[in-house]
Design a protein around this ligand. Structure first.
Ligand code: HSE
Length: 409
């Protein structure tokens, strides 16, 4: 038998408790021994739940108990979990977390401590919820140079964009419903502004290219400016708008960004709807590989957490290396990144001619729902040139929005 402790009994923590309890038989078989939840750390009491029998309010109970071999951190935040996780690793306990903010900020340092202490720091659930993407990258896609990772990495925003597309609803209205249904957080900033997806693409890039991607250097745009009119243009262009995280390994260097993009209906990510996530990886030998599944939610996320617990138990006396060093990854300035965009501009014939003279090779699109404007689908430009041209046009006309489009090379 192996004793584990769960730090946090929120959405994911209670899911971990449920998975371990309900799937005891299969988990025991896969791990080679029974997994016993010896402690759950939380500030609250749960008088009506079995968990109360193993509840503690003091992390020291866990850290000082030598019989606890695996610590599961599912608290959220960075500073407090960092302190607890670091202390647990230093006490030679394996640590499993679903906390992408912690992994993106402190991943390489915690991996380094784990290696020194001959234990494992595992974080499958931090990206893509229940989708087994990180282990696949670390253990399966090891014969390839990874050329590209592109994903729908946030369930909340994908749910919002799907509802806007399928039911013609406005962003604010869908967000409100999503909050009422408990899909979106009360403070939805991290999701709708793209910060959550940014940390996830930083983790994926670090694992793909073996160095540390600083998430603060990744251009990040959320979906708060996407309107019903943008959705109408997307439909006219036989495309859908998706919030995607992209990182590319090009001869010039590595580029990365998170932004809403127009994806043509044939694109493999365009049919990923609702709160589902999908991650598309391109290797130089294997070609395209895609992973799809539930990127959020108590049980899917807990399933990934518990699979890491099983992995830790299987490798109780062995540190499994992760190709993610502390060396800083140089991320290309987005100025050089090639993009194409749909640029919405207020006005009529006169403005169209002017816009086409600036966006040479561009194509005009109009929609019934907005007769006082048009859009230009630009030719392929660099981000820098696109931004300069928009500034130039904004001097004598109103540029209403700009949405990037997929550029396949
Ligand atoms: N808020 C995240 C999402 C949860 O909506 O995808 C999973 O990381």
């Amino acid at each position: 038998m192996v004793n584990i402790a769960i730090l946090g009994f929120g959405t994911v923590g209670s899911g971990v408790y449920e998975v371990v309890t309900k799937n005891k038989e299969v988990i025991t078989r896969k791990a080679g021994m029974e997994i016993n939840i010896k402690y759950v750390l939380d500030l609250r009491e749960f008088p009506d739940h079995d968990v109360n029998k193993v509840l503690t309010h003091n992390v020291e109970d866990i850290l000082n108990d030598e019989s606890v071999q695996v610590v599961v951190e599912v608290m959220g935040g960075v500073d407090v979990p960092y302190k607890f996780v670091k202390a647990a690793l230093e006490k030679e306990k394996h640590v499993v977390t679903s906390n992408k903010a912690l992994v993106a900020a402190k991943g390489p340092e915690l991996l380094h401590i784990a290696k020194q202490k001959n234990v494992n720091f595992l974080f499958e659930a931090s990206v893509g919820g229940g989708i087994p993407i990180l282990r696949s990258m670390n253990r399966s896609l090891t014969a390839d140079v990874i050329l590209e990772v592109m994903g729908i990495l946030n369930g909340t925003t994908n749910y919002i964009l799907t509802e806007m597309t399928e039911n013609g609803l406005a962003f604010d209205d869908v967000l409100k419903t999503a909050q009422e249904l408990g899909y979106a957080e009360k403070d939805p900033t991290a999701d709708v502004e793209g910060y959550d997806a940014c940390r996830k693409i930083a983790i994926l890039s670090s694992l793909a290219y073996g160095k540390t991607a600083n998430f603060e250097e990744i251009l990040t745009e959320g979906i708060t400016k996407i309107t019903k009119i943008d959705i109408s243009y997307a439909k006219k262009c036989k495309s859908v708008i998706k919030l995607v995280g992209v990182s590319k390994n090009t001869p010039e260097g590595i580029s990365a960004f998170v932004a809403p993009m127009l994806l043509p209906k044939e694109h493999p990510l365009s049919n990923v709807n609702g709160s589902f996530n999908a991650i598309f990886v391109k290797g130089n030998m294997v070609g395209d590989v895609m992973f799809y599944g539930r990127g959020a939610g108590s049980l899917p996320t807990a399933s990934a957490v518990v699979s890491d617990v099983v992995a830790a138990v299987r490798h109780k006396h062995l540190h499994v290396d992760v190709d993610w060093t502390t060396e800083k990854m140089e991320i290309l300035s987005n100025d050089h990144v090639k993009v194409k965009a749909l640029v919405r501009i207020a006005g009529g014939e006169e403005q169209k001619q002017k816009a086409l003279s600036v966006f040479e090779g561009g194509e005009i699109v109009t929609v019934e729902e907005a007769k006082d404007e048009f859009a230009v689908i630009t030719a392929i430009e660099t981000e820098k040139t696109l931004a300069e041209k928009i500034v130039q046009l904004s001097k004598d006309m109103e540029v209403r929005n700009r949405i990037r489009m997929e550029v396949s090379e």
